[in-house]
Design a protein around this ligand. Structure first.
Ligand code: ZN
Length: 244
């Protein structure tokens, strides 16, 4: 199944990657309606850096008729889902037919089960108010080993690193903009035609197919421009023209 198109980190590459899996017999499901022994593909996107990038992937998925789950961070220095622009983009994800879940950074909270459970419930409540829809599932951002492969729920909701999603079915991720643990087509679950959770981060798939490092440099320049514009809009003494 693999060729140049299905190896490229771009929107076209993502489209080709999914097309190959569908040709292989897979169908897209979500975290609540898959069967571990069937060719079911759970599409998960963790939004670590850019909701705009997520919207581009979401539009592509809408175009090919699949739905997936986008997990959003509420407490990041890299983007704000509560800003006017951020919230509008989140609503766009919902309007494109996708599920929005919470991406929870457990490192921001005390290292005990009760505190994390309470934090998860609090963040889910905030996100539900923000998007006006129920938040049914959580994904952890860079989880500690102790949080992986557990049975426990968080904030009364399932999370994507529970054993049933993480090791009872196949799991494949594009962390750091590469298939560090092997291309999805090479995964044992795909060889067996059983269920696979495919985690991708939208930042690696939009724009030109360049190296992860170049992609991050470009992302940083874009954020710099946005910040410069916001400074100019909010404080008359700031000369945005001087930024160049
Ligand atoms: Zn993350």
């Amino acid at each position: 199944m693999q060729n140049n198109a299905t190896n490229e980190f771009s929107l076209a590459g993502y489209r080709a990657l999914l097309a190959g899996l569908f040709e292989h017999g897979y169908s897209a499901r979500d975290f609540s309606n898959y069967d571990a022994g069937s060719s079911h593909l759970i599409l998960r996107h963790d939004i670590d850096m850019s909701i705009s990038a997520a919207c581009e992937v979401a539009a592509l998925e809408r175009d090919i008729g699949v739905t997936s789950t986008y997990f959003v961070l509420l407490r990041s220095e890299l983007y704000s889902p509560f800003s006017e622009f951020g919230r509008a983009e989140l609503i766009k994800l919902v309007e494109l037919g996708h599920e929005v879940g919470l991406h929870l950074d457990a490192s921001l909270y005390a290292d005990d089960t009760a505190a994390l459970d309470e934090a998860a419930a609090w963040e889910c409540d905030l996100l539900e108010r923000l998007i006006g829809r129920p938040v049914r599932i959580i994904s952890l951002h860079r989880p500690a080993q102790s949080l992986i492969n557990t049975q426990n729920t968080l904030g009364r909701r399932p999370h994507t690193y529970q054993q049933r999603y993480f090791s009872d079915i196949g799991y494949c991720s594009d962390s750091r903009g590469t298939w560090g643990y092997g291309h999805p087509y090479e995964h044992q679950a795909v060889q067996n035609k059983s269920a696979l959770q495919l985690l991708t981060h939208p930042i690696w798939w939009t724009g030109e197919a360049v190296s992860p490092k170049v992609r991050l440099d470009r992302y940083l320049r874009g954020r710099h421009e946005t910040l410069g514009q916001a400074l100019a809009d909010n404080c008359g003494i700031f000369d945005n023209g001087g930024m160049a």
